[in-house]
Design a protein around this ligand. Structure first.
Ligand code: ATP
Ligand code: MG
Length: 403
């Protein structure tokens, strides 16, 4: 029977939260592979096994698993009866038509009562494969590695392994609200938090109709793209132009960006409370632009009553660009748009703002009313991955467990 053998990151999964983490990984695996022919998932001796139906399309499943956080590595595997004759026959069959110049067998026993040790299995299966194919064993750099896993009721073998994305299963770390601009950095920042197990809620501020609607369209595309890592997303689209118009009436031009950011922070915080999210996430990187000096970051953060996470704070633009390319968000991010923070702002905004100065300006502004305006006018979009994955008929989590 075909299945997928999945190894997860054990270090992140220790302690009393482990059962919870594993249940989440199970449901994420099922959700991400919905519609692709996975029958069920089982926790087996420190691994996860996906059992595949006949119709299952491995390439589709493989593509999906590459985005499931918590997976250390995975491989298409075959399950056989727990004896060496069955194993040899099945491996022999599976190798037919496959060419390789060297190989090794790497067996691991989760079930120590199996009559052969891992070494015995390596030797016996190795000799068999060598006899059948006339290919030499190379323990250092084999072209093909035949993995064998010995579990209590059965054996599994697979050829090679593919690295998973690592991280923690999305959902185990709670929720955060990501301030998603149309730019390169913020989608990468959101992805970092997903990788640490967060469910990310997106908030985008746009100045349509004062500016064109491109940034909004980009945010929609980015949210959709990032949903493949977390299966369902909410994107809050907050019209910001009207709010900005009121800000500029009372605010000196160099301070405007910081004032906008503080308002964004306050509105995002309210959205976070509604979504039961515990922190905000931004794509800020120290010194990248005027608003990202330590002084300005402190002033922006002061307006927010919850942690502001900045996973890219120490990253160079080049590293961020590389990650954005890998995520495929880059091509969307570089589409030219009119960022809302450029509205009514001088070419060179202040790199240093004092909190006193900012507070004095804000005391002349109807801050609460402006926040409420954003909340009243925002629009929410929902995304899911894969499309239609919440339809009834998604396979259930198998009951059987092993210690
Ligand atoms: P990015 O590439 O993410 O736009 P940036 O280098 O352009 O970042 P800024 O424009 O200063 O930097 O924005 C800093 C952060 O503030 C962004 O990473 C994002 O988290 C948030 N932000 C900026 N503009 C918006 C917006 N219109 N809507 C939501 N969040 C925003
Ligand atoms: Mg930007």
């Amino acid at each position: 029977m075909r299945c997928v053998m999945i190894h997860y990151n054990e270090i992140g999964l220790k302690g009393k939260n482990q059962p919870l983490f594993l249940r989440r990984l199970e449901s994420n695996l099922l959700r991400s592979t919905a519609g692709a022919g996975v029958r069920r998932v089982e926790q087996r001796s420190g691994r996860m096994v996906l059992y595949l139906g006949r119709e299952a399309d491995w390439e589709v499943i493989r593509g999906r698993l590459r985005s499931v956080f918590g997976i250390a590595n995975f491989s298409l595997a075959e399950r056989v009866e727990p004896d060496m004759a069955a194993l040899k026959a099945a491996v022999g069959n599976a190798l037919e038509g496959r060419t390789f110049r060297s190989f090794k067998v790497a067996a691991r026993r989760a079930y120590k009562q199996f009559p052969l040790t891992s070494e015995d299995i390596n030797r016996e299966l190795g000799a068999f494969v060598q006899g059948q194919t006339q290919v030499a064993v190379d323990l250092e750099q084999p072209e093909l590695t035949i993995h064998v896993e010995v579990l209590p009721r059965d054996l599994y073998f697979s050829f090679g392994r593919e690295a998973g994305p690592g991280g923690l299963p999305v959902g185990v770390s709670g929720r955060v609200v990501s301030l998603l601009s149309g730019g390169i950095d913020s989608p990468v920042a959101a992805h970092r938090l997903m990788k640490r197990g967060c469910q990310v809620v997106f908030v985008h501020f746009h100045s349509f109709p004062f500016l064109d609607g491109t940034s909004r369209d980009k945010a929609v595309e980015l949210a959709q793209l990032l949903t493949r890592f977390q299966y369902q997303s909410h994107l809050y689209l907050v019209p910001f132009g009207e709010i900005q118009r009121e800000v500029v009436v009372g605010a000196p031009a160099p301070l405007r960006v910081v004032l906008y950011r503080r308002l964004m922070g306050r509105i995002a915080e309210q959205i976070a409370r509604r979504e039961q999210a515990k922190a905000l996430v931004t794509g800020e990187s120290l010194g990248q632009v005027a608003s990202q000096t330590l002084e300005n970051l402190a002033v922006i953060e002061e307006a927010v009553g919850m942690p502001v996470l900045r996973p890219l704070i120490g990253s160079d633009k080049e590293e961020i660009v590389q990650q954005a390319r890998a995520l495929q968000t880059y091509d969307i991010s570089i589409i030219p748009d009119q960022d809302c923070c450029r509205l009514f702002v001088p070419r060179h905004p202040a790199t240093f703002s004092s909190l006193d100065e900012v507070r004095a300006v804000e005391s002349q502004l109807p801050i609460e009313k402006l926040v409420q305006m954003g909340l009243d006018q925002m629009e929410i979009q929902a995304f899911e991955f894969p499309e239609g994955s919440r339809e009834p008929g998604t396979p259930g989590v198998a009951e059987s467990r092993e210690g």
